[in-house]
Design a protein around this ligand. Structure first.
Ligand code: SF4
Ligand code: SF4
Length: 342
């Protein structure tokens, strides 16, 4: 992999160059402590030290609500056309979110390829950025604190410069187009990078042990923990909305006033919603909050492992950060594990 160095004093100019590759989106501040990915044109708008945005990158490719096709009794149906040429650059993406995106790529490219998702995904360029973990991050435990693919460029802080890993040919084009801003990497830069990486790994405050966890989940299927968490859960679905790897959606039709035409749409859904498992005839397979909470944990830590060989949690901490009931995935996992060890 090609590695170059970008002095920090050149970052603003580099961002200016990036505008010629597409519209730039990056974390920006919203309110006191919240951040969102939003369009930017210059460095001063970007919040480089943001720990996590409210919504992850999935909002770009798998929209919260979208029209799948328009229908009309006379004309049949037509799929809205996506602009194919317009690229956009998402800057400042942390390793856990790149892993989240790789999981979504895997899910949406399964047996039935999701053309809506990939029409947008293909137009996106990803520029990653290392971050400093806070007390909610546990991506080290989920093995998602480092990425070696899934980005066009990846920037790591080495004091007065960024060490830049070039992941794709278009990433190489971005560097070449702003060649005068970059420097060759010296031995001393590599040493700094290694020391910083160790320092970062050691700065995690939250750890969970996920080893053997699918087996523990099976043993704890009837655990009282599910009742306790179910008692606290408000079924608001926030944890699913903010999760970079939750991908359930509901499909529905909206009829126009002519009663002959309309739109078929899809919107994000959550297995925590009361009516998620409600079927025709009125039976609800998961009427209890405890069973819905259990289902979410089982899907992430058990079912996904069976299907894809890894859990679908990337340790971003969003579900804890935004849960109005303060439900903490780490606490739940630790409680279940401690019960099995006793
Ligand atoms: S389950 Fe929670 S910590 Fe894990 S990826 Fe989803 S939002 Fe992040
Ligand atoms: S965010 Fe918290 S309260 Fe809301 S559904 Fe998820 S676990 Fe329940």
């Amino acid at each position: 992999m090609k590695i170059v160095k970008l002095p920090k004093k050149n970052l603003a100019e580099f961002i200016g160059h990036l505008n010629s590759f597409g519209q730039i989106h990056a974390p920006v501040k919203r309110g006191e402590k919240s951040f969102v990915f939003a369009p930017v044109t210059e460095l001063t708008e970007i919040e480089l030290n943001c720990n996590r945005t409210i919504l992850p990158l999935k909002k770009y490719f798998f929209k919260p609500v979208e029209t799948m096709f328009n229908f009309c009794a006379q004309k049949g149906y037509e799929v809205p056309v996506e602009e194919q040429d317009k690229k956009y650059i998402i800057f400042g993406v942390h390793p856990c979110d790149i892993h989240g995106l790789k999981i979504l790529d895997m899910v949406f490219s399964g047996r039935y390829v999701d053309s809506y998702y990939f029409a947008r995904r293909r137009r996106a360029l990803i520029i990653g950025l290392d971050c400093t973990p806070d007390e909610l991050c546990f991506c080290r435990s989920t093995g998602t604190d480092f990425v070696d693919s899934g980005f066009d460029l990846f920037l790591s802080d080495i004091d007065d410069s960024y060490l830049v890993r070039v992941g794709t040919s278009i990433g190489d084009d971005m560097v070449t187009a702003a060649d005068s801003l970059f420097r060759e990497v010296e031995k001393e830069d590599r040493e700094k990078y290694k020391a910083k990486s160790i320092q970062r790994r050691e700065s995690f405050q939250t750890e969970i042990q996920l080893q053997d966890f699918p087996g523990i989940m099976d043993l704890e299927y009837e655990s009282q923990v599910w009742e306790e968490v179910g008692e606290e859960c408000l079924s608001c679905g926030t944890c699913s909305m903010v999760c970079p790897t939750c991908y359930c959606y509901a499909v529905f039709d909206e009829l126009n006033l002519d009663a002959e035409s309309g739109q078929r749409k899809r919107r994000w859904d959550s297995c925590l919603f009361k009516d998620y498992a409600l079927v025709a005839g009125g039976h609800n397979f998961r009427a209890e909050r405890s069973s819905r909470v259990k289902n979410r944990f089982f899907h992430k830590q058990r079912g996904f492992v069976t299907q894809y060989g890894r859990p679908s949690c990337v340790g971003c901490g969003r579900c804890k950060a935004y849960c109005p009931a303060g439900i903490d995935i780490v606490e739940v996992v630790n409680k279940l594990r401690s019960q099995t060890r006793v």
